[in-house]
Design a protein around this ligand. Structure first.
Ligand code: FE2
Length: 280
């Protein structure tokens, strides 16, 4: 019998501790800080200093939060830092187990979310969200959601609460970004992630934001198998491929679906296989 105990399908989520190398996280933090600081180098590199610098810079920002996030996410996209995070050993291993090896991640402004302290009103604060399922905003049920903190003061600051087993409920009726009804008794779980820890969850899993005590920047990212053609509105967003299966690599060498005979004689095919994929 296959072992389904503690599996993603049983729980609808999976937490992986210490999944991101601190060096990669620091690279993402410094990239963000330098972008906010109009390209000026950031010299303070201790963890506390980076957080304080982030807080100080955000307090000075005059634009609205969407314009602000669009500016800083563009730099992460330019440097392909999300792919670098998702190619971390423990993360890519898990993703291949649940989705296969042909993988892409969403790569647009919404790879970052900013939570202000004590603003627990989902109608006034867009990134403070009531109970919801990712499928409400167009995600396929064959896609997984990833979340990790980038700048946070501590893990006990109010992150995400999730409802255990809700990934098996199906589509929960909703209006104006809140459920119309929920079962009368359910068990919820509050997650506490340190920097470098990550959570993956089903796009059907009911979850909500918890009020945070301090400013936080996090990264919610959708990941899918790009060979899966399930219909979804999520194809209206930008995606970046970060992993190929061996079979897809053969397709890349062949180049076209007519399988042109002898298309590339006497050519080293290695450069065709990985194309522009981020190298580990
Ligand atoms: Fe969400």
């Amino acid at each position: 019998m296959p072992n389904t105990k503690n599996s993603f399908s049983q729980h609808g989520y999976k937490i992986i501790r210490n999944a991101i190398n601190p060096k990669i996280l620091k690279k993402a933090q410094i990239t963000i800080l330098e972008k906010i600081n109009l390209g000026k180098k950031i010299s303070k590199t201790s963890e506390t200093n980076l957080y304080n610098e982030f807080k100080k810079l955000v307090e000075k920002v005059k634009s609205d939060e969407f314009t602000f996030l669009s500016k800083i996410s563009s730099q992460l996209i330019h440097l392909d830092i999300v792919s670098e995070i998702l190619l971390e050993k423990k993360i890519i291993k898990f993703l291949k187990e649940i989705l296969g090896s042909d993988l892409s991640h969403v790569n647009d402004t919404h790879i970052l979310s900013l939570n202000f302290p004590n603003k627990a009103d989902s109608k006034k604060n867009y990134f403070f969200k009531d109970w919801h399922q990712e499928i409400w905003s167009g995600s396929s049920i064959r896609t997984v959601q990833f979340w990790t903190p980038i700048f946070q003061k501590g893990s006990d600051e109010g992150q995400i609460e999730l409802i255990e087993g809700s990934h098996a409920w199906g589509h929960v009726p909703h209006k104006n970004r809140s459920p119309i009804t929920l079962p009368s008794n359910y068990k919820s779980k509050i997650i506490k992630l340190n920097k470098g820890d990550v959570i993956f969850f089903s796009t059907l899993l009911m979850h909500r934001s918890l009020e945070c005590k301090n400013l936080r920047l996090a990264s919610p990212i959708l990941i899918k198998n790009f060979k899966d053609n399930s219909y979804s509105f999520e194809n209206n967003r930008n995606w970046t491929i970060f992993s190929y299966s061996e079979i897809t690599k053969i397709e890349r060498i062949l180049g076209n679906h007519y399988l042109s005979p002898f298309r590339i004689e006497n050519t080293n095919v290695n450069s065709l296989i990985d194309g522009t994929l981020k190298k580990k």
